[in-house]
Each structure stands twice: as C-alpha cells, then as structure tokens.
Write a protein that binds this ligand. Sequence first.
Ligand SMILES: Nc1nc2c(ncn2[C@@H]2O[C@H](COP(=O)(O)OP(=O)(O)O)[C@@H](O)[C@H]2O)c(=O)[nH]1
Ligand SMILES: [Mg+2]
Length: 250
Amino acid sequence: MKKIAILIPTYNEAISIVELLDKLKKFRIDSKEDFDVIVIDDNSPDGTAEIVDKLQIDWVSILRRPGKGGLGAAYRAGFAQVLNASKYTHVITMDADGSHRVEDLEKMISAIEPGKLIVLGTRWIPGGSVVNWPKRRQYLSRAGTAYAKLALRIPLNDLTGGFRVYSVELLKALKLTDMQATGYCYQIEMALAAHLAGANAVEVPITFVERINGVSKMSQAIVIEALLQTTRWGLSRTFRPNADKLHYVK
Ligand SMILES: Nc1nc2c(ncn2[C@@H]2O[C@H](COP(=O)(O)OP(=O)(O)O)[C@@H](O)[C@H]2O)c(=O)[nH]1
Ligand SMILES: [Mg+2]
C-alpha cells in the first residue's frame, strides 16, 4: 500500500497556500488518494503557519522552523520528519505558490513504480511548458539545467524543478544529513544523489505556471550558490568519483 506525504515549503505564502490546500482538498476527494500534507514554514512574517493552523485540516500538519533558512534546509527537515514517521512510502515535493499544478499531480502519482525512484516534473521536454515566466527567468532555468547536465553528466532535462516524487526507499539509501545545498540547488544535489544511488528516474511533462500572489524568493545569492556548488560537484564527480558516491549513498 502506498502512503504519500506532500511536502510544501513556505515563506510568506499566506494567500497561495490557502488556494493550494483548497485544490488539494478537492483532488483528495476526486482521486481518493489518501495523502498527508506537511507545510514546512520558516516562521513567515505574514503568518502563513497561523493561517494554515486555523484551517484545521486533519491531514495537514505544519513543521515550524525558527527563521528563513533556505529551501534545501527546509526540505532536509521535512524529509527527516517523513522518515521518522515511518508510515510513508513516497514523498511529493511541491511549491506553495501554485506553480506546480494540482492538475499535474495525478500524472506524477501514476508514474510511481516500486524501488528506488525519483519522478521529476519536467518543463523542458515535449508536453512540458512554462506559462507567464519572463524570458529572462526561462533562460536562467534552462541554462541552469544545461550546465548541471553537462557538469554532472546526468541525462535528465529539468534538474532545477521542485515538483518531484521520491520513494522512501530512495531517501533511506541517501545520506541526507550530509548534503550541503542551502538554497534552490538542493534540487540539483538531490537529482545527483538519486542518480548515484542508481534510482529509477522518470520524467513527467508538467506545465509550470508563474505565481499570481506573493513574490519569488529567488535571489542572486541563490544563483551564485547553485553555480559554485554545481561546479564543485562536477569536479568532484570527475576527479573523485568513488568519494563522491560514498558521500551521498549509504
Ligand atoms: N520554508 C522555506 N520555503 C522557502 C524558502 N525559500 C523559498 N521557499 C518556498 O519554496 C517555493 C519556491 O519558491 P519561489 O519563491 O516560488 O521560487 P521560484 O518559483 O523559483 O520563483 C515556494 O513555496 C516558497 O515559499 C525558504 O527559505 N524556506
Ligand atoms: Mg515560485
């Protein structure tokens, strides 16, 4: 029996998270999928956590963190909680801002197969697309994946996206606490770790829709961290392949 935990990291997503949970509530009824949601909130000043709390939904819980610590750190805390709970078989990660559409969730869940698995919601393959992103942001995302693909030699087409499924079997095989990325490059690091662990990787085309409410937390510091870390991981993969694998895989 599969049991899914959906992890949703939030920082100042008061309006978006209410809309997303509402859509998930409908999806839960229509699809009859029995998933839980864990909102990972970094003490958002706009009261995101309190708003979620007030909704009193029994399948939604909040993991409260003391302050803004970056997306990678938030996910690491979420994965630790899921592994600790020991009732889950799969984890889905989704942004809070509506960019990862509930309409694509069915496809993501249908791609689940037994074993060590990563399903990657993918924009840059036939059937995948991006709506309302400025050209500059599209270019950055495509260039980010192209560089990571080349530097890390991973044959996947969307390494920076955050709409994913991981099997708990894969998460248990990884040294999650040893991972280094603080910001968005955590997505790249997890794809690399999954690849090194020999996970089955499935690409599902998704439509990524730019947010309507709230603001993006993407920053220059996040881009620089991604560039530096990806270069470091690429060099390590070339010159210290065994140490690299040992670093990520138990
Ligand atoms: N908990 C937590 N969530 C974050 C942090 N940074 C970004 N997020 C969340 O990660 C998701 C993606 O961030 P977003 O700003 O939409 O990035 P973009 O889509 O690349 O512009 C959203 O749900 C954010 O609220 C953080 O430092 N901590
Ligand atoms: Mg976003």
